[in-house]
Design a binder for this molecule. Structure first.
Ligand code: THU
Length: 131
């Protein structure tokens, strides 16, 4: 059996901090910066629902606020048989700040797939088009 990926393990640990009082759907994310630093996030829900922030964006905004600017991979973990890929808004934010990341999807037990972000967000709008 393949050794577990430390990035996936970090996402599993972060998931335990999720504030998912409304959906009960807890998600953990872990972002690997270019220097190897791992920055984690979990989803944080809110009584108005619409202000909910996904685990992936929490991880990215934490990383940016700590000065990281280049990234290699992100792992996303939920307690589901099917993988939990990043939602549309998260794909946009990950693309803008992380570029063509490797996206590792997993549940609590096993890995469920690896994708390039460019495959999950084809034909993206980004700053290169703001001319
Ligand atoms: N959620 C994430 O944190 N990441 C995803 O990739 C999918 C969805 C959260 C948002 C909300 O708190 C809950 O999961 C249900 O949609």
């Amino acid at each position: 059996m393949a050794a577990s990926d430390p990035l996936v393990d970090a996402a599993r640990r972060a998931r335990k901090n999720a504030h998912a009082a409304f959906s009960k759907f807890k998600v953990g994310a872990a972002l690997e910066a270019a220097d190897g630093t791992i920055i984690t996030g979990c989803n944080i829900e809110n009584a108005t629902y619409g202000l909910t922030v996904c685990a992936e964006r929490v991880a990215m905004f934490k990383a940016l606020s700590e000065g990281h600017r280049r990234f290699r991979r992100i792992a996303v973990v939920a307690d589901t048989a099917d993988p939990t890929p990043p939602c549309g808004p998260c794909r946009q934010i990950l693309w803008e700040f992380g570029g063509d990341l490797e996206v590792v999807l997993a549940n609590l037990r096993t890995e469920k797939g690896r994708h390039r972000l460019s495959a999950l967000l084809p034909l993206p709008f980004d700053a290169r088009l703001l001319k």
